[in-house]
Design a protein around this ligand. Structure first.
Ligand SMILES: CC(C)(COP(=O)(O)OP(=O)(O)OC[C@H]1O[C@@H](n2cnc3c(N)ncnc32)[C@H](O)[C@@H]1OP(=O)(O)O)[C@@H](O)C(=O)NCCC(=O)NCCS
Length: 171
């Protein structure tokens, strides 16, 4: 891809960002692989609070993404894999973007910043867990140079997923 990536800024989610995430993600396309319907505000209150804790303890988290006009457009970042099944103990990278912001390269730009920041903390590798039908998210993993490590069936949705992995060479 030869185009310059768009300007994007990452910040540790604030209290108010729970409301912004709730608003920005309130679209069926965005939630297609996250339960199929919009989540309650309380879900984002818990999620943003958990990210502030990760940032304090680890130096990275799922960050709020802001565009050039400082509008909240989604989140991208890294966190310890949060479930009882799957790659326990590993660092997961993840992304979610408001529907109107798809197709502009925001997440690829934010994910590259994420990899640099996570690498700087000494983490050796990251995974991305993606529903097998989520072609847009799979495309992000490919733009980042991730490789397919394994396939899995989610115990939550019973759907097929792919675990992608990237080694972070320390430079
Ligand atoms: C997955 C998701 C984040 C991908 O969003 P996206 O906009 O396709 O991804 P990027 O931000 O990397 O943008 C890449 C797209 O922008 C286009 N683009 C436009 N201008 C660009 C630029 N200057 N630089 C790079 N790409 C650009 C690319 O061509 C590509 O579009 P295409 O696939 O139609 O060719 C988004 O679909 C989403 O939020 N889905 C719902 C939540 C979700 O499923 N999250 C993942 C769970 S695993």
């Amino acid at each position: 891809m030869n185009r310059a990536l768009p300007v994007v800024r990452l910040r540790v989610p604030t209290d108010e960002d729970a409301v912004a995430w709730h608003r920005v993600f309130d679209h069926p396309d965005v939630m297609e692989f996250h339960g199929g319907k919009s989540a309650d505000l309380s879900v984002y209150e818990e999620l943003t609070a958990r990210q502030r804790k990760h940032d304090a303890e680890l130096g990275f988290c799922l960050w709020t993404m802001l565009d050039a006009e400082d509008r909240v457009i989604g989140f991208t970042g890294a966190q310890p894999w949060p479930r009882e099944w799957g790659p326990k103990g590993e660092i997961e990278i993840g992304w979610r973007l408001g529907r109107e912001h798809w197709g502009r390269g925001y997440v690829t730009a934010a994910a590259q910043m994420t990899l640099e920041r996570v690498r700087a903390t000494g983490v050796g590798s990251v995974v991305a867990m993606v529903n097998a039908r989520n072609t847009r998210s799979i495309a992000v993993t490919q733009r980042l140079g991730m490789h397919l490590a394994e396939t899995f069936t989610s115990p939550e949705s019973d759907l097929l997923g792919y675990c992608y992995r990237l080694e972070l060479r320390q430079t």
